[in-house]
Design a protein around this ligand. Structure first.
Ligand code: SF4
Ligand code: SF4
Length: 131
């Protein structure tokens, strides 16, 4: 029997995997072009000189010097153990507050394509894929 794999917006993936992730330069470029300081303030950047700084404090010229991008931190640089853009609405569903410009890792993370057994078994959309 075939079941559609439709995300029901339960939020389990964002709760479990939506923080402590590595970012990519393309995300930063987009957020800088759109002046998304609200997002950049939650990004930790490590430069080639090992110095850490906040995503708000870099410019396009700094991009070649970036060796690591971490999601997420608070505006003072402390690591967060939750995603600051996670919102559970009154209907019980979870909505991403930056859905239109969320990180590439979030866009590309489809549990039914992952070989992570622990994760896929807890995703209600993963009906028909043996993890
Ligand atoms: S765990 Fe599965 S169903 Fe729940 S929000 Fe994530 S992808 Fe959607
Ligand atoms: S940015 Fe959006 S999609 Fe990514 S973990 Fe946070 S709430 Fe989920």
């Amino acid at each position: 029997m075939f079941f559609d794999q439709v995300c029901v917006q339960c939020g389990r993936c964002c709760e479990k995997w939506g923080w402590g992730q590595k970012g990519v330069i393309d995300d930063l470029i987009l957020w800088m072009q759109e002046n998304r300081q609200d997002i950049l303030q939650h990004v930790s950047i490590t430069l080639t000189n090992k110095k850490r700084c906040n995503g708000r404090d870099i410019s396009i010229k700094d991009l070649p010097d970036i060796i690591c991008i971490d999601y997420w931190v608070d505006p003072d640089g402390r690591l967060l153990t939750r995603c600051p853009f996670f919102r559970r609405a009154d209907d019980g569903k979870v909505y991403c507050k930056i859905h239109d410009t969320k990180p590439k890792i979030c866009i590309g993370f489809t549990p039914w394509n992952e070989g992570i057994r622990d994760y896929a078994l807890n995703c209600p959309a993963c009906h028909n894929t043996a993890p």
